[in-house]
Design a protein around this ligand. Sequence first.
Ligand code: 5AD
Ligand code: SF4
Length: 522
Amino acid sequence: MHPLQCVLQAQRCLRWGPLASVSWLLLRTCRAHSGVRSSACPSPETRQEDGVWKDFSSRLATGPTFQHFLRSASVPQEKPSTPDVEDPPPYLTVDELLGRQRKVYLETYGCQMNVNDTEIAWSILQKSGYLRTSNLQEADVVLLVTCSIREKAEQTIWNRLHQLKSLKSKRLRSRVPLRIGILGCMAERLKEEILNREKTVDILAGPDAYRDLPRLLAVAESGQQAANVLLSLDETYADVVPVQTSPSATSAFVSIMRGCDNMCSYCIVPFTRGRERSRPVASILEEVRKLSEQGLKEVTLLGQNVNSFRDNSEVQFNNAVSTNLSRGFSTNYKAKQGGLRFAYLLDQVSRIDPEMRIRFTSPHPKDFPDEVLQLIHERDNICKQIHLPAQSGSSRVLEAMRRGYSRESYVELIHHIRESIPGVSLSSDFIAGFCGETEEDHLQTVSLLQEVQYNMGFLFAYSMRQKTRAYHRLKDDIPEEVKLRRLEELITVFREEATKANKTFVGCTQLVLVEGVRLCVS
Ligand code: 5AD
Ligand code: SF4
């Protein structure tokens, strides 16, 4: 655990009035592994007379040490039948930490990262002796893995909580109480606001706190609400093997990095998923090798910012030659040095099994050096498909979004990619109605869609998110109906252009991956 995390914990413990039990644990954590003390964490010297503090210090003495946290951060993998619990915190017994065959129902919302996080959360709970159910009615624990990217995504969860509330009150009259948890981005963004607003919620776990799920659930069993929304500087769940939910699956997602440092002005992700960090190359290769042995035919490397991958986990990696940004692109952060970069990882991953297809998502256009493009071109098993989120076709709007490129440099990159990888398929994300977007800016986006002719597109109406730079500095001044009208126009143009682009494939032979059989009844 990084010392900075300790400071964050200490600050949180003062601010979180209603979560007494949680605050207590965090304070102890702060003292236990340090040397580091923040202004928010009172020193024992200044509080010696205080009887409460004395009692508290004596409890501290028996609390977990730094080693405790190191140990629990690298839990070895075990068979699901052997619950893996050691060293419970002093206020819980080993037995209380065990799932004791309670049934967990997991529901996933939002992006592919959340699907992967669901598998990580389940892997951790399975090792603690929980069972999984796909039947909500027989669940003892319901966990929602949530998304905060747009207002609508959060509204869906509030509605779902309403439904679960009635299920929970019915259950009270029958058998063991139903426990409800909010996991992921919404837990991180709203924190105690969720617990205050929805008393039906028992636990909150942010995207970096899934290892703590067994403890949070054990606290919830005693009838208290429990939360851990600490963000980490180094958590990648590298040692947690996600549980593949479908044994007949042909493809799998492998998480290679977490978080984002880009700070695009509209985006909540850096606040909900924290700082960018990459998983060590060795553990990624090991996971891909296992998937290949299991016969999987396709692997998608996953991350918020997949192509800014940088494995700095070993000192010698810092001597690695730095790769450049795409021409005409800049970052909102200070240049980072060294580390094993995405081109190296892609090269290594694609060598594992020439019969296994490799994809990656979601990249940022700034991190496409020639090494990456060359590799995609040369390696037969790397799919010739690139997602290149543009967000807008207007340089003025792109600047307000802090994307680090102009329309011209983006278009230049498109040409360069098409020259480097003939026949490449392109996709993009666009936001309609960002702060201050004029009709002229909107038409620029329309013309970018026409100029590039993407094969796939993901288009959204702008949704203002608290905490972001746009929230603090810009005005959400485009009326909702105008946003929606512009979005409709973008969708129409995108479809027309994609139809043209896809028609160019008619008559040619492509290798396709058959994922399953679906019966269509007409
Ligand atoms: N409003 C609308 N769309 C957004 N996206 C990210 N933040 C917002 C927001 N506040 C879109 C971007 C991003 C995709 C994952 O979601 O297009 O690429
Ligand atoms: Fe959000 Fe920008 Fe990071 Fe993507 S790159 S997750 S849009 S901040």
